[in-house]
Design a protein around this ligand. Sequence first.
Ligand code: URA
Length: 255
Amino acid sequence: MEPDTDLIRLQKYIADCGVTSRRRAEIMISEGRVSVNGNIINEQGVKINPQADQVKVDGKIVSLKAESSRKTLLLHKPVGYVSTMEDPQNRPLVKDLYADLKERFYPVGRLDINTSGLLLCTNDGELAYQLMHPRFKFEKEYLITVAGYFGINDLTALKRGVELEDGPAQPLRAWIKQSHSRQSELSMVIGEGRNRQVRRMMAALGFSVISLQRTRLAFLTLAGVKKGSWRWLQKPELDNLRRLAEKGQDDKDGI
Ligand code: URA
């Protein structure tokens, strides 16, 4: 029998190969798009031996990436682009903005079509996992324009936390930039990234969002990256992200 230490979860292997995120890999498995040694696997929890087993996604063999070929880019997403790899409605995709690149880089998490700002796209499954998992608590900062006057009482209520349908939500920090009767601007830092979280938090306080921009992820900002353009993350930045992830918490799901 093979020692268990050689085995790794199928969805983690697919993510480590740079195909997609672990969460998306689980969906691909349940859709019957993944085979191991020629057998379609459509249940979760299967482990494989990367040295011995052949894994195919959509009929194509996938293999682990060497450290040197793992890359991540920082994109300044404009409004109007969808941050999935495919769109049944044929709307513009964020990957269209780096279509010159031969390799497949998938977005780390999502920004809504109407949200602009900082989005990382990677072929590094491990990094994507760490950035997306709430356990690692990478700070995300948003610049929010809401309709109407957002005053100090609203800020206090926001800081106290709001009840959302998927549980309570509280910013790590929030501050008002300007308040006018027609519209107001505030900044908010959150550690998690639930679906449409910022918009839902604002709605819980009775505000509708006019515009939303992600301005920061951990220590990364949009400085020097124009709307619609991107740049590669440099090695010290990648090392720093990994260091922050390790400081976060032990990755108990890592195998
Ligand atoms: N919160 C939202 O509501 N939308 C985003 O795109 C990101 C965070």
